[in-house]
Design a protein around this ligand. Structure first.
Ligand SMILES: N[C@@H](CCC(=O)N[C@@H](CS)C(=O)NCC(=O)O)C(=O)O
Length: 216
């Protein structure tokens, strides 16, 4: 099994997940800034053309960060980052989906169409006119989550899960591309301190991050 990765918040989430699990595996690096991920041979193996991907021992390539998380969790259940019971798994998946649909997808699209437009205009249809609204929608989602984080250590409650990893990678990235965390969101601020204290927070940052001036 091999992780195909590179700079970026989604590959960082995969690196973070592996660190939390204590899983070591070979890695191939793809240059996402140069667009190597959109060219053959990688794009033929993962037609979504994005990172990360997991190459299985039988040669299959699994894309989509959450699909990779779920596969690895089945193979390496401890420590659980999705959950060890059907109820825990349902909760983690519920929060993961809320975080992605209400916050991180808007944040990432605002980057692709805005600050990242030069990188992305040749890769996908970009909607520069939507940037301000997308940033606001990400902030709306964060304000909603802030209210729900009152009295909770982690997004799903008492357990650190994939929802925390996904949001932390997006917010750390966002802060370097014109989408800072609103300091008035106090519960989110407390959660942020918790999540930053995990060794994998820094341990998952790609070596190229400092050079490109973004956290991923
Ligand atoms: N839906 C995908 C999104 C992955 C994604 O956006 N990856 C970024 C890196 S953070 C990427 O490959 N960007 C370069 C590109 O889209 O060309 C997932 O969840 O894994």
């Amino acid at each position: 099994m091999k992780l195909i990765e590179g700079f970026g918040p989604n590959p960082r989430a995969a690196r973070w997940f592996l660190l939390e699990k204590g899983i070591d595996m070979p890695r191939d690096q793809i240059d996402v800034v140069a667009g190597e991920n959109r060219q053959p041979p990688y794009a033929e193996r993962n037609p979504a053309g994005q990172l990360p991907a997991l190459e299985l021992d039988d040669g299959r390539v699994i894309g989509e960060t959450v699909a990779i998380f779920e596969y690895l969790e089945e193979r390496h259940p401890e420590p659980p980052l999705v959950g060890s019971t059907p109820e825990e798994r349902a909760e983690a998946r519920m929060w993961q989906r809320r975080v992605e649909l209400n916050i991180t997808e808007h944040l990432y699209n605002a980057f692709r169409y805005g600050e990242g437009h030069g990188l992305f205009e040749s890769r996908m249809r970009c909607l520069p006119e939507a940037v301000d609204g997308l940033k606001q929608k990400a902030q709306d989602g964060l304000r909603w989550l802030d209210g729900l984080l009152a009295g909770k250590d982690w997004i799903a409650g008492e357990r650190f899960t994939i929802a925390d990893i996904i949001l932390a990678c997006a917010l750390d990235f966002g802060a370097t591309v014109g989408q800072p965390i609103d300091p008035s969101l106090e519960n989110l601020g407390q959660w942020w301190q918790h999540v930053r204290a995990r060794p994998a927070f820094e341990g998952s940052v790609h070596p190229a991050a400092a050079g490109v001036g973004m956290r991923g």
